[in-house]
Design a protein around this ligand. Structure first.
Ligand code: GLU
Length: 417
């Protein structure tokens, strides 16, 4: 990661660009670029050795013109306020692209849960939940999982919030385990949405996904399930994967079941039998049909974008491509499926989970997946049409769709007082 890019500044450039194309009033664009509310908290946690450690966390509520704030919580040493601002605003644009009735928010704690015990993670999660409890709520702001958080943390947050309210509040958070109000299909939803967008894009450019080669950067929840679904449902050949410890490449397709079992046993995809070791950087530049970055921001930069040989790049991660890299990819004819469209499956099924919680009636997995397919496919085609109409790349087109929806909502509501 040679160039230090500030993702919040990157987001603002995208909104400015869309605002200009749409001919929006500068004041309105300014409103849409600015996070509405930012909470930063420093809180103590008793560690296993008996010592107290102070953690820093954030919850940024970017925009609620179209509905309650919505967005995940991540635990990572790289978390800082500008990253959380960017992630919060991307949620605003993401929920607008797929047209679900939410705004955007995000939370983060500066921590490395891989170096902490389960007990320490639980105490940190509960105390953070309690600190942000003053601004979240089922009708106000609904968190969800993100990097290094999953159903386990969502259950603790739901419980902590409910204890403080005095009654059970499943609708305060999504991505919960099914036993306590989670939705069927939520764990795979981000990846399922990603492969649906890849499927639609492949049809547009005449790419046959059966036997198409795929490289996946990041093997957490999103990357691993993307491997499973693209192999099982489309017969694509995943030939390289990586995680934070390193990567592997193989002549023969890598089987999801086997790689996942290896990762569960050893903690990494590294060292999977019959494969060659590969650095993350090399994986990005492999000659494959589809490249799926599914980890963190700023992995495709102006330094390496020129070396990308994939025909299609589907962003499972948030913000993997910098503004400058995007221009290089567009020039080289790489079809980029932007994060705010390509990874919106997660928040879409979060929306379904919240709807189910609020009316206390639960859907089958087929209902969830069918509705997800409808929403993602419709959004893909709306963005594609915009891309043709304005002769712009898919990211610009997605921002045009999203920014227009948020601008329209803002104008209709007007400014208080
Ligand atoms: N963290 C996920 C995202 O970035 C999911 C957010 C949600 O479900 O609210 O889209």
């Amino acid at each position: 990661m040679a160039d230090k890019v500030n993702p919040y500044e990157e987001m603002k450039k995208m909104v400015d660009k869309a605002g200009k194309t749409l001919g929006l009033e500068p004041g309105l664009v300014e409103v849409m670029k600015s996070p509405k509310r930012e909470l930063s908290v420093n809180f103590p946690v008793k560690m296993d050795d008996g010592k107290v450690r102070v953690f820093t966390g954030y919850r940024v509520q970017h925009n609620e013109a179209r509905g309650p704030f919505k967005g995940g919580i991540r635990f990572h040493p790289q978390v800082d306020i500008d990253e959380v601002r960017a992630l919060a605003s991307w949620m605003t644009w993401k929920t607008a692209v797929v047209d679900i009735p939410y705004g955007g928010a995000k939370g983060g704690v500066v921590a490395d849960p891989k170096q902490m015990s389960v007990g320490e993670i639980e105490r940190m999660t509960r105390r953070y939940a309690s600190e942000i409890g003053i601004i979240i709520g089922p009708m106000k702001d609904i968190p969800a999982p993100d990097v290094n958080t999953s159903g386990r943390e969502m259950a603790w947050i739901m419980d902590t919030y409910s204890m403080q309210q005095g009654f059970s509040c499943p609708g305060v958070i999504t991505g919960k385990p099914r036993e306590i109000g989670g939705s069927l299909g939520r764990p795979e939803a981000t990846s399922r949405g990603l492969v649906f967008t890849v499927r639609e894009a492949a049809k547009k450019i005449g790419m046959n996904l059966k036997g198409a080669t795929v490289a996946i950067q990041g093997y957490g929840n999103v990357g691993a399930f993307a491997h499973k679904l693209i192999e099982r449902d489309f017969g694509a050949s995943v030939i390289a994967v990586s995680d934070s410890q390193g990567g592997i490449v193989s002549e023969k397709p890598l089987k999801y079941e086997e790689v996942w079992a290896h990762k569960k046993k050893t903690g990494s995809v590294k060292g999977f039998p019959g494969t060659k070791q590969i650095a993350n950087e090399e994986l990005l530049e492999l000659k494959v049909d589809v490249l799926l970055p599914c980890a963190l921001e700023n992995v495709i930069t102006k330094e390496n974008a020129g070396g990308i040989k994939a025909k299609m790049l589907g962003e499972g991660a948030n913000g993997p491509t910098t503004f400058e890299a995007d221009a290089i990819l567009a020039k080289n004819g790489v079809l980029v499926l932007p994060d705010i469209l390509a990874n919106a499956g997660g928040v879409t099924v979060s929306y379904f989970e919240w709807v189910q919680n609020n009316y206390n009636f639960y859907w089958t997995e087929t209902e969830v997946n069918t509705k997800l397919d409808q929403i993602i496919t419709r959004a893909f085609h709306e963005v594609w049409d915009m891309h043709e109409k304005y002769k712009c790349n898919m990211r610009d087109a997605a921002y045009l769709v999203a920014v227009k929806r948020v601008a329209d909502a803002t104008k209709l509501r007007g400014f208080y007082p």
